[in-house]
Design a protein around this ligand. Structure first.
Ligand code: SF4
Ligand code: SF4
Length: 331
């Protein structure tokens, strides 16, 4: 079983349309949408979800307001601005009790005296509410606040960052996901999707996994390509396309993965297409196709159709030829 990953240096090059077209051409494949930060292959393939699971990428801090004494130590130690002093919260709901002058604090725990807490806060340059909470979007899960909280009021909990799905499509099984807004750990989610796609491929004797990878060269891309058999970089004839191709080529070369290039919208700037072809040759990459600009790309997406289903015009033929060249590489 082989893994083909379609990536691009940046978004908007037509990567997903090409991945969907390949899915429609493949005879016996599993489709994996690893572009989890902006998944959109499902818009074309209209999957029917068979299994839905939560994705938990890691742990984040959580303050127990009933235990918190409002000392502000967590706020002063968090480097990510994830501890928020909540001026609108009801202070009576916190673990911090009003002083009743029992003087118990002098003999034991001084931190339960609101006056002393205020003094402590002021000495740290804090003022305002004694209610603190964690902004889970900003929390990086470094656990520093947990270590420094004097009364163990901070928990470190697994959080649900998104969902992943096993689905059926008209072209075969598909594994895909939906990451929550501003959630991280997309690399971990990509690894999970690839693992599940591989499991399905083995169970159903599929000979190929078609992976729609993320744009860029970050963690989710690395997770998409590591150990894959072949990478197809979809680029376009622009200066940024040229620059991005160089970055992506360095990445795939570091991971020693065979890499091919396809130039989409090649005719919008023939001169730059030529420069990119030359650059690819210098980088040791084979350009296996140049696709002209065609509105059919967008129209097919709007019709929720793979390009090959939507049209049999020149670009469909170009993509079929690219597909044959990819199969040849696997032979
Ligand atoms: S775990 Fe780290 S990032 Fe999150 S609130 Fe605590 S100190 Fe800040
Ligand atoms: S360090 Fe602990 S007790 Fe102090 S404000 Fe933060 S959560 Fe509350």
């Amino acid at each position: 079983m082989k893994e083909l990953v379609i990536i691009s240096g940046k978004g908007g090059t037509g990567k997903t349309s090409i991945a969907a077209a390949f899915a429609s051409l493949a005879q016996n494949s599993v489709i994996a949408d690893c572009d989890v930060d902006a998944a959109d292959l499902h818009l074309v393939l209209s999957p029917t979800i068979r299994k839905r699971s939560d994705f938990s990428g890691g742990k984040k801090a959580f303050i127990h307001t009933d235990k918190c004494i409002g000392c502000g130590v967590c706020l002063s130690h968090c480097r990510f601005g994830a501890v928020v002093q909540d001026d609108n919260a009801d202070e009576t709901a916190s673990g911090l009790k009003d002083c009743e002058n029992c003087e118990h604090c002098k003999r034991s725990c001084s931190v339960r005296d609101r006056t002393l807490i205020r003094e402590m806060q002021q000495s740290m340059g804090l003022a305002g509410s004694t209610i603190f909470r964690i902004d889970s979007f900003a929390c990086q899960g470094c656990k520093v606040c947990v270590e420094f909280c004097p009364v163990n009021a901070i928990d470190f909990r697994l959080v649900v960052n998104g969902e992943w799905f096993i689905s059926d499509t008209r072209f075969g099984p598909m594994v895909h996901a939906k990451l929550g807004i501003a959630e991280e750990n997309s690399g971990k989610l990509v690894t999970l999707i690839r693992k599940e796609a591989k499991k399905i491929a083995e169970e159903q004797n599929k000979d190929l996994i078609i992976i729609d990878g993320s744009p860029g060269i970050g963690c989710p891309v690395i997770a998409s390509i590591t150990g894959a058999d072949l990478v197809l970089v979809v680029t376009e004839p622009t200066l940024s396309g040229k620059h991005d191709l160089e970055r992506v080529a360095k990445l795939t070369s570091n991971f020693k993965i065979k890499t091919l290039v396809c130039i989409n919208k090649a005719d919008i700037n023939p001169e730059m297409s030529g420069i990119i072809e030359q650059q690819a040759a210098e980088l040791g990459l084979k350009v296996i196709g140049k696709i002209p600009y065609d509105e059919a790309f967008t129209k097919a997406q709007l019709m929720k159709a793979a390009l090959i289903e939507y049209t049999d015009c020149e670009i469909a033929e170009k993509i079929k030829t690219i597909w044959q060249k990819i199969l040849y590489e696997f032979a």
